[in-house]
Design a protein around this ligand. Structure first.
Ligand SMILES: [Zn+2]
Length: 512
């Protein structure tokens, strides 16, 4: 499996006849840079007969331009209190959709720089590339892997062009891997096939991949994950895999990121079955692990120095059947905590917690480590913040370092947005054992969306059941840890996964 993203190229000439139409993305066509002066008059002309030009995508015939065509997609205002760089992404997505309908095969995207947004052109390119992605199952079914022959990008000079091509290729290839894993159906991306895919993507790359498939090892090392896998394990093609990845940049390591991703290949809910039609869409419950793989793909492309990244993808199917784990079972976590299962649909925290514990053990040997869990964890995340925003929750050490706000800020650069949420004492209280039998209660018996603080309490569970509570700010060795809930932001259903939060991660850690 090679990662073959949509081919892209830049030009400094907006009349470059190598292309067959221009897609203009702008806040205001009256204020175009000198190099684009030729686009102004036709748009002024057109606006005399159609006042919709600022709200809707229009297609004009303009002799002399590539393909004699101009597609104009205005962003609308971009500088009000509530505007952000997504205006450029959305306008580009709308523009390219219209261009595809018009039959363009070599579109030239023109998005002049905007002084308020350092990366608006790159964001527009990424918006277009998102639309141009061809899903894995479609690629495997049809012969053509691309929707257009090439996507052109207009830039002011070669230096800007080289930079934008390098970043767009790297970021898009990360999202490509993410979408392939996260968006594909539960059989095409069953755990063993995700492992195959990841091994083939990172073959001959600086990313090392190891796959744990032995049942005895899974049961011994990751008992909570093994409890969820117990039912699926009876079906060989659904058996769990833990996929470990490692990237070590050149030069002395200054920082180590340790990422655990939730990879539920399908979530039936288990014995607490998702009834009444709410199971559909649960093939997307592997987007946390898809984010881990996608971020490594960006690392493989950009090869940042001084950075080490360790990743673990917890690929498990939460099946229902005679051998499924059930509420009331007691499971002892890797950290030696007795956990009472409360709801089998709270499987995401179960498959991640022992991997988080293992990372915590390893972190003691790493330079400046920061632990993360990334997961489509709770319906409550969507209830609380809506369907478009990731949520970051820091533990004490991470929060004192200002991590959550830095992530939020980094996310704004490329339009991969975050809400900051806080883990409170009630969240720890909530997960304390309720009887002598257990140390920790995994979950209450209600869906998270019907539970107060339903997206925050799982972060406390992960900290308690992994033993990270021994590494708080009051300890000798505090360990920064952040939990990221992407249940809302990872993508629409039905639809193509977004790639959240890997653009924010790239902006934060790769100094774009
Ligand atoms: Zn679930």
């Amino acid at each position: 499996m090679s990662v073959r993203i949509q081919p892209i190229q830049f030009t400094t000439d907006c009349k470059d006849q190598n292309f067959d139409g221009i897609i203009l993305i702008t806040q205001n066509y009256e204020q175009l840079p000198n190099e684009l002066e030729c686009l102004k008059a036709p748009l002024q002309d057109y606006s005399a007969v159609d006042c919709c030009i600022k709200d809707e995508v229009v297609v004009l015939r303009v002799p002399g331009l590539p393909g004699n065509r101009l597609v104009c997609s205005c962003t609308g205002p971009v500088n009000r209190d509530y505007d952000d760089v997504r205006r450029f992404r959305d306008a580009a997505a709308n523009g390219i959709k219209r261009a595809l309908k018009a039959g363009l095969q070599r579109p030239l995207l023109v998005c002049p720089p905007n002084s308020s947004y350092a990366k608006n052109t790159l964001v527009a390119v990424l918006g277009a590339l998102h639309v141009l992605y061809v899903p894995l199952e479609v690629r495997e079914h049809k012969s053509s892997p691309h929707k257009v022959a090439t996507l052109g990008i207009w830039v002011k000079n070669k230096e800007q062009g080289d930079g934008i091509i390098e970043l767009a290729n790297a970021l898009e290839s990360g999202r490509f891997v993410y979408r392939d894993i996260g968006g594909s159906d539960p059989e095409r991306m069953a755990a063993p096939r995700v492992a195959e895919y990841v091994q083939s993507v990172f073959k001959d790359s600086p990313v090392k991949v190891t796959v744990v498939s032995n049942l005895n090892t899974l049961e011994k090392e990751y008992p909570c994950l093994a409890a969820v896998n117990r039912c699926a394990n009876a079906v060989p093609r659904h058996q769990a895999r833990v996929i470990k990845l490692q990237y070590c940049g050149e030069g002395p390591i200054e920082q180590t990121l340790m990422l655990v991703g939730k990879g539920i290949t399908y979530d039936t809910g288990g014995a607490d079955i998702k009834a009444g039609g709410i199971m559909a869409g649960m093939h997307g419950d592997k987007c946390g692990s898809a984010a881990v793989a996608g971020f490594f793909q960006i690392l493989a492309k950009l090869k940042p120095k001084h950075l080490k990244v360790v990743g673990a993808m917890a690929m498990v199917r939460n099946s229902v059947g005679s051998d499924c784990y059930v509420a009331d079972e007691l499971v002892v976590s890797r950290a030696g905590r007795r956990i009472r299962v409360g709801n089998t649909d709270a499987e995401g925290r179960m498959v991640m917690v022992d991997l988080l514990c293992e990372m915590k053990e390893q972190a003691l040997q790493e330079v400046s480590p920061h632990l993360f869990t990334i997961a489509t964890l709770t319906g409550h995340a969507i209830r609380a913040m809506g369907p478009k925003y990731s949520i970051i929750m820091d533990n004490g050490a991470a929060r004192r370092a200002g991590n959550d706000l830095e992530w939020q800020k980094a996310g704004e650069v490329l339009g991969d947005l975050f809400e900051v949420s806080t883990i409170r004492r009630e969240d720890y209280e909530f997960h304390k054992g309720k009887s002598e039998y257990e140390d920790i209660l995994q979950a209450n018996n209600l869906p998270s969306s019907a539970t107060p603080r339903g997206h925050q309490t799982p972060a406390a569970f992960l900290i308690m059941a992994s033993g990270l509570d021994q590494h708080g700010v009051d300890s000798a060795k505090p360990q920064p840890y952040s939990h990221i809930d992407i249940a809302g932001s990872s993508g629409p259903f039905p639809g193509v996964p977004t790639g959240a939060p890997i653009l924010a991660m790239a902006a934060k850690y790769l100094k774009l």
